[in-house]
Ligand binder design. Structure first.
Ligand code: ADP
Ligand code: ADP
Ligand code: MG
Length: 453
């Protein structure tokens, strides 16, 4: 087993990895930017090193600096967390060349699956259903128009290197296509340094259901079941649960089989997620594979009893998947709310929920500074119940207990969302937020008004 790992991440996921390492008797080296000098992840690691100014491009994204620090501090491996360099094949390759273990799939697997267009084509070739759309990169409006002539409107313009909902635009007609194509491409170039685009048929109001996979170096692949991530704001997940309220056993089995096939043909190693959208007639389509740990991984941990970070480290170390991973029985229902910052500032008072069935993943503390440079995620509230209804009731009371003063957050929104009839019935799709948010925002506004008077 590794003796020392460099954690190339910040925020809650850096803490999550450091905590796991402590339990495995592995030392950790944290890296932090100037804005993060008082961060918890830097304080609790075995050692910590400042790697540059606040902007991610000058700190967390500087692969050569991370490698230099890892070598200097005697680390054997690098855990990239999520975001930043976690799906960057060049970084994984740089690690491999320097004799460091990248805790994730080999760089050629990241190239194969991290490029969304390449992954689409690979899936198509092995019979995993993909959304109708382009087979090659679209770099100008003329070739965009060509794809649209074949598949018809509405379409979704997507970035091949995309992530986090960026560089994505819907077009309902030729005017919108012309307008949106240029802006989407500019956004992709700015965010990912790559302007390769592709076009997909826009599926009306689908469900987002993804499958968690673990694969070792010896060709063993297991599925740890699905997560429903259909509740999204601007194509970014804000709530996740498992099991999903949507699929019957047949659909569930077919999606699991497709995900395992995706992992097998890409020669996948490590923890990964195969994302699908499901339409109103329960047809499912591959949209992308995330070749890293995901924000919502704890809900799967809660129902499976498998520590996914620990498995990532074990697999990277060359160990086989254990019998505990092969013989998972999902018994419970788990859900996660992402509590995001809507402003920056100082946390003046903080109280976390606790008690039976509640898990908190967070890097914030009383008096800490929330800076605008990074992801707005503040707290992940995860609950487990014997049934979906029990989990809903537990999440409601957990969010009632949560107090974050000094920063505007989406806590109230998430809390009220848990009372909407469609959510309670488990009848929601990716259009849920658009449909419900004005009503919920109005309730929050009028409640605040009442309190003032
Ligand atoms: P998904 O990418 O499916 O939304 P997560 O919610 O787990 O999955 O994403 C993890 C974090 O990484 C998010 O905050 C997201 O904004 C960020 N992220 C994902 N892909 C990229 C990327 N290619 N470049 C920059 N950030 C990304
Ligand atoms: P990212 O890399 O940003 O996570 P994804 O390709 O995973 O991008 O898509 C993010 C979200 O956008 C999906 O969860 C879904 O809500 C929506 N989406 C993606 N592709 C389609 C599509 N073809 N039709 C309708 N919605 C889509
Ligand atoms: Mg995605």
């Amino acid at each position: 087993m590794f003796k020392r790992i460099l954690v190339a991440a910040r925020g809650e996921i850096a803490l999550r990895i450091i905590r796991c390492c402590r339990e495995m008797d592995i030392e950790t080296v944290a890296v932090y930017s100037k804005a993060d000098r008082r961060s918890l992840h830097a304080a609790v690691a075995t050692a910590s090193v400042c790697i540059g100014p606040s902007q991610a491009s000058e700190s967390y994204l500087r692969g050569e600096v991370l490698i230099e620090v890892a070598l200097k501090t005697g680390c054997e491996a690098i855990h990239p967390g999520y975001g930043f360099l976690s799906e960057n094949p060049e970084f994984a390759k740089m690690c491999e060349k320097s004799g460091l273990v990248f805790i994730g799939p080999p760089s050629d697997v990241i190239s194969r699956m991290g490029d969304k267009l390449a992954a689409r084509n690979l899936m198509k070739s092995c019979g995993v259903p993909v959304v109708n759309g382009s087979n090659t990169a679209v770099r100008d409006i003329k070739s965009a128009q060509k794809t649209v002539n074949e598949i018809g409107y509405p379409v979704l313009i997507k970035a091949s290197a995309g992530g986090g909902g960026k560089g994505m635009r819907v077009a309902n007609d030729v005017t919108q296509l012309t307008e949106s194509f240029e802006t989407a491409m500019a956004e992709a170039k700015a965010a990912f340094g790559n302007g390769d685009m592709y076009i997909e048929k826009y599926i009306e109001d689908p469900h987002h259901i993804e499958i968690q996979i673990l694969a070792d170096r010896y060709g063993n692949i297991v599925s740890l079941g699905e997560r429903d991530c259909s509740i999204q704001k601007n194509n970014q997940k804000i709530f996740e649960e498992t099991p999903s309220p949507l699929p019957d056993e047949d659909l569930r089995k077919r999606m699991n089989d497709a995900a395992i096939k995706a992992a097998a043909v890409s020669e996948y190693v490590g923890a990964g997620t195969v994302e699908f959208i499901v339409d109103g007639s329960k047809n499912f389509y591959f949209i992308e594979m995330n070749t890293r740990i995901q924000v919502e991984h704890p809900v799967t941990e809660e129902t499976s009893g498998v520590d996914l970070i620990r498995e990532q480290i074990r697999i990277a170390c060359g160990m086989k998947l254990g019998s505990d991973v092969h013989e998972v029985m999902h018994k419970k229902h788990a859900m996660e709310c992402r509590i995001n910052a809507l402003s920056s500032g100082t946390v003046k008072f903080l109280h976390f929920p606790a008690g039976y069935g509640v898990r908190i993943e967070s890097h914030i503390y009383n008096g800490c500074e929330i800076v605008p440079y990074y992801d707005p995620l503040l707290v992940k509230v995860i609950v487990t119940g014997n049934t979906r209804l029990e989990a809903i009731r537990r999440m409601r009371r957990a969010l009632e207990e949560l107090v974050i003063e000094g920063i505007e957050t989406n806590r109230e929104f998430m809390h009220l969302m848990l009372y909407t009839p469609d959510f309670v019935r488990g009848r929601y799709s990716t259009g849920f937020y658009e449909k419900e948010h004005l009503k919920i925002d109005e309730m929050i506004r009028s409640a605040a008004e009442t309190l003032k008077n």
